[in-house]
Design a protein around this ligand. Structure first.
Ligand code: SF4
Length: 156
């Protein structure tokens, strides 16, 4: 009988949800409820911050997508700071880094901070507004079969 590969016992997690002060304001979104949920499923957390990985500083200027993340992935939009600087390359590097970690470790799931232009899963920032749709990292991970779950952050 062929042995089935076992489900990985780890998931990629937005580092800010685990208490790392890596948001654009150099704060964190530590989420106690998520820690309990991961423990209940026996999942170890692999922390990752796409924006820091992409080479952006902390703190850093806030940034928005100019189009849906899937379009940005396809070169049909950018990521820009509120003052107009094009940071698409850094965001794309961060998304690619997240995918590389998932593929290297065989991770099939990611728990990511809702509303972020990188990590948002159900909602993100486009053109200065919160809209439905994923951020750039979540969009890329989903394209490659990683199940992304949005987490609000800062839950007790
Ligand atoms: S939401 Fe994602 S990109 Fe933003 S600080 Fe958290 S881990 Fe980093």
């Amino acid at each position: 009988m062929t042995e089935q590969p076992s489900e990985p016992k780890a998931a990629l997690v937005s580092a800010c949800l685990l208490g790392r002060e890596c948001t654009y304001k150099a704060t964190h979104n530590g989420d106690q409820a998520l820690a309990r949920e991961l423990a209940a499923e026996g999942l170890a957390a692999v922390p990752f911050c796409p924006e820091e990985h992409g080479g952006l500083a902390t703190p850093r200027p806030p940034a928005d997508l100019t189009a849906a993340a899937t379009d940005v992935l396809d070169g049909k939009g950018q990521v820009r700071t509120h003052s107009g600087e094009d940071v698409t390359l850094a965001f794309a590097r961060g998304a690619a880094g997240a995918l590389e970690v998932c593929q290297r470790l065989g991770l099939k799931r990611a728990f990511l901070k809702e509303r972020s232009p990188s990590c948002g899963c159900a909602t993100t920032h486009v053109g200065g507004e919160v809209v439905e749709g994923p951020g750039l990292t979540a969009a890329l991970l989903r394209r490659h079969g990683v199940t992304c779950t949005g987490v609000e952050g800062r839950r007790e």
